[in-house]
Design a protein. Structure first.
Lengths: 377, 377
DNA sequence: TTGTACGCGTTATCAC
DNA sequence: GTGATAACGCGTACAA
């Protein structure tokens, strides 16, 4: 705004002092008599003086604002991360400027240049699905812009990283599917070059191997746009269910992919968890309420945001160039619900039909009553 | 950053020109010869010159950034709104600084002061659940800060508003419940002093009246913190289901309230839509996939964000003080799904039990087969 | 203890 | 057609 902002000059004029005296009094400098300080403070208060952060920025060559680039804020995982970032930034008097790449490399580069031109003091970023080349980030980083990566990181650049144990998260989820009797587990992945995809697929494969399963690359489906366009997921799922021997479970490697898979299966009338088990990475509040309730791998998003911001502050406020870089690895949580629990209902239905066909109505009834109770009571 | 930023001065030194010449050349002023322009532009390009927005802000007394205050970004409705705001802001070279009130008045005031001290050029706000007093906003508005309200607005202040037809949205939803045979429709509302609550409750009541129902204030439950703490919704829902004559449907007046009601009902094992119908305002992508799929009133959130930003730009960029204020009213969309469609299954279950009890197994089977088909095939 | 002068990057205004 | 200077708001080295 700066509509009719009161400046240090106004106070000086009002009090017949020089601007420097006022400035020093306001900053509680030792060279100013307590008498003068008192009058100045009183006057500043009376006039509703607030320092102009822009003038300060110009002088200090820092803007006290940081940039955040994520693919999408309308995504629980990222909005929770941003909450974490903001909670720390707010306390330290930093501004957070949020940009969305919408999974587009071009947009990411634009956003970055925009933020850079806005004189941000630092950057927190999870790269877009399309980002393979890190030159745009490297260039700014080399010129001294502090950067912290989270989620989708690049080890190419020497800086702090905040991630979760993606390998373990995917491993546990896959092992869980196997324990529940699923035999052919497909994987709905993001771009193959993303760090998270690599690590998660690693965990998925290892779990298969450790349980004596073979790895079938044809049932690992990559979504190069992260499923931001719905038909990408649909196409991949369609291919999976069209296979001769259809997979009986799916592991989704991101929020969008997991719920996208469920959407597809529901539309197709494919029963989850009986015809197809489903588990995936997700941070949505609603997974518990879905049909069926989704088994998920949850990430500590709020904490990730906080950690990233704290690391960035270290970089920004350190006097000498940082040489030791942290790689914070937080833990995922496996939450088991109904989307991975075969109820056998489908087999029941088949049994009932069979019973009716051979005239055993009493058996048919018994089977029916059991399932009806389970479902409706 | 401003790590080693190239300035107009660097170009001037490099070319042996004055800073003013360079400045004018860059701004394509008519007083500069095209030759000089060419050299300057070339040099600026070579040195990767980018203008320093902070210096510009200081000079122009505008920051080219606007503030947005919402209660929560981890909420589909608000993140979609923000998307809309950003899409316009981005094109116009404006920064968007997002703050969250978390439904707290105190936090809202703090956020506002913070944004004001950061010299925002304008503000877009949906007030918190607790906000009854508008003084904090009025003060800044009177001092010349352009403000646009959306969603939860105040008519006390003379400025642009962006809302939806809340009355109609609630009216249609309530009428829909009535048409589907629900007889006692409760309402889960936010703070009674919020504009959206008033309008939506108005629509709800009118629909009841128009259909010959009486209004029962005891089944209108207010959530003064907007359901941000889960137990608030739980307490209210608990009271509703404990009534002698329990309501058979619920209308949720916000995203959080609607999904919160579903969560409660699921936990209690109360069947939706048979024992309790459910419909509500929501913009979540996942409502379609919930158990049961939710009937909702959807708001054109993206469009609302765009409209709000466009109106704000008008205020910011208009030469003379604005006196005509717009009140944009967009339309909601009623999406009917399963949470308001009684299937009668529960009655079926009871009938089957009865049939078994009197020994009519064949009837029991027929009823069972029908419902099993509906559910599992 | 207080005041003067300068610089941060940019542009508008004047002078040449 | 180009250059010098002042100004935006602030902090600080230096002068008094």
């Amino acid at each position: 705004m700066r509509f009719e902002a009161v400046t240090i000059k106004d106070i000086a004029r009002e009090l017949g002092l020089s601007t420097s005296t006022v400035s020093r009094a306001l900053r509680d400098s030792y060279e100013i008599s307590s008498d003068t300080k008192k009058i100045v403070l009183e006057c500043a208060d009376r006039l509703h003086y607030t320092p102009n952060p822009i003038a300060l920025s110009l002088k200090e060559k820092r803007s006290r604002s940081i940039g955040v680039i994520v693919c999408e804020i309308a995504n629980s995982y990222f909005s929770q991360i941003i909450n974490g970032i903001e909670s720390i930034a707010y306390n330290k008097g930093y501004n957070v400027i949020i940009s969305q790449s919408h999974e587009s490399f071009e947009r990411e580069v634009k956003d970055l240049n925009y933020l850079a031109s806005r004189s941000i003091d630092g950057l927190i970023i999870s790269v877009s699905s399309e980002t393979e080349n890190m030159e745009h980030l490297k260039k700014l980083h080399d010129r001294g812009l502090p950067i912290v990566f989270f989620d989708r990181v690049s080890e190419e650049m020497k800086t702090h990283l905040v991630i979760v144990d993606n390998f373990k998260g995917a491993y546990e989820a896959t092992a869980h599917l196997i324990q529940n009797g699923y035999k052919k587990i497909a994987c709905l992945a993001n771009s193959s070059h993303l760090s998270i995809a690599k690590e998660r697929i690693g965990g998925y494969k290892q779990a298969l191997i450790d349980n004596g399963f073979s790895i079938d690359e044809t049932i690992i489906k990559y979504n190069n746009h992260g499923g931001i366009e719905r038909h990408e997921i649909e196409k991949n799922m369609e291919e999976l269910i069209s296979l001769g021997e259809r997979p009986d479970a799916v592991l989704g490697l991101s929020d969008k992919l997991t719920t996208g898979a469920l959407r597809f299966l529901q539309h197709k009338g494919i029963n989850v968890p009986n015809e197809m088990g489903l588990i995936g990475f997700s941070n949505s509040d609603l997974t518990e309420l879905l049909n069926p309730s989704l088994s998920i791998i949850r990430q500590p998003a709020l904490q990730m945001g906080k950690t990233a911001m704290e690391l960035l502050l270290q970089l920004i406020e350190s006097k000498r160039p940082t040489t030791q870089f942290a790689k914070k690895v937080l833990h995922t949580e496996l939450i088991v619900r109904n989307s991975t629990k075969r109820t056998g209902s489908l087999n029941h239905v088949k049994s009932i039909t069979a019973a009716v066909n051979i005239g055993c109505l009493q058996l048919a009834h018994l089977l029916s009553a059991e399932i009806l109770k389970a479902v409706f009571l």
